[in-house]
Design a protein around this ligand. Structure first.
Ligand code: URA
Length: 256
């Protein structure tokens, strides 16, 4: 029998795969390497539509239900994406002004939605999914998931301003949690600084408001990291699916 909790973790869509070798399908889902998949098949822990399969090379279809060691790979069709959000795209599922949304950038027939928000002009790491529990883990304040931003600001940060950002500033009447702040660059001729700021809260326009609180304007903002997710080799506007390992790792962060 499948355990419910386990089931949720491994339900990645095998999107579009038709008549493939079983070990290849298991590997493509991100569950394991192909060699490990072969071992699992031989070991007798792989079931296709409820029937044990021990023969390597058995062909399966994308609609077949594959269960490996008690974990279903295909029943609920959960999808998980990492998008390098470009500027000029709205972080929502639909927009009344008909502007392009982050969901428009991803080819899927599933009703996915963004995990948290980036402003229209902010770029960088954005996750999208149709798995509510996964999204909740990443967004729940108690999990304190780190978000690393690179902010281009006008002027240069004074020591006292850095200290204020680090210990917390008032935005909308509430003090922000401690942040990590690093000056990465200062360009004297343009009078612009590049600052790396790490926060774990997700208030509306938080980074821009934090800099405003110390009298600097953010002219460009990019999210470089969300938890352990970085932009890797993606270019702006590109996206990739998460692997099962990554999804499992997020689930493991729950209530840490
Ligand atoms: N903080 C902001 O001000 N904007 C973003 O898009 C994200 C964090």
């Amino acid at each position: 029998m499948l355990e419910k909790g386990k089931n949720v973790l491994y339900n990645l869509s095998l999107g579009g795969i038709t008549m493939e070798r079983l070990q290849k399908v298991i590997a493509s889902s991100g569950y394991s390497s192909r060699r490990k998949a072969e071992e699992l098949i031989k070991k007798g822990v792989v079931f296709v539509n409820g029937k044990k399969v021990t023969e390597l090379g058995t062909k399966v279809e994308s609609t077949d239900e594959i269960v490996v060691d008690g974990h279903s790979l295909s029943v609920e069709n959960k999808e998980y994406y990492l998008l390098y959000k470009p500027s000029g795209v709205i972080t929502t599922t639909s927009d009344e002004k008909n502007r392009k949304t982050v969901v428009d950038l991803i080819k899927t027939d599933k009703r996915i939605y963004p995990v948290g928000r980036l402003d229209y002009d902010t770029t960088g790491v954005l996750l999208l999914t149709n798995d509510g529990e996964f999204a909740n883990i990443l967004m729940h304040p108690s999990n304190e998931i780190e978000k690393v931003y690179l902010a281009k600001i006008n002027g240069i940060l004074a020591k006292s301003e850095m200290a204020a950002l680090r210990s917390g500033v008032l935005i909308d009447g509430k003090k922000t949690a401690p942040a990590k702040v690093k000056i990465k660059q200062y360009n004297k001729s343009s009078n612009l600084s590049l600052i790396e700021i790490t926060i774990h809260e997700g208030k509306n326009h938080q980074v821009k408001k934090m800099f405003e609180a110390v009298n600097h304007t953010v002219v460009k903002l990019k999210r470089e990291r969300l938890g352990f997710f970085t932009l890797d080799n993606l270019k702006t506007g590109e996206y990739r699916r998460l692997t099962i390992k990554e999804v499992k790792k997020v689930y493991a962060m729950k209530g840490e």
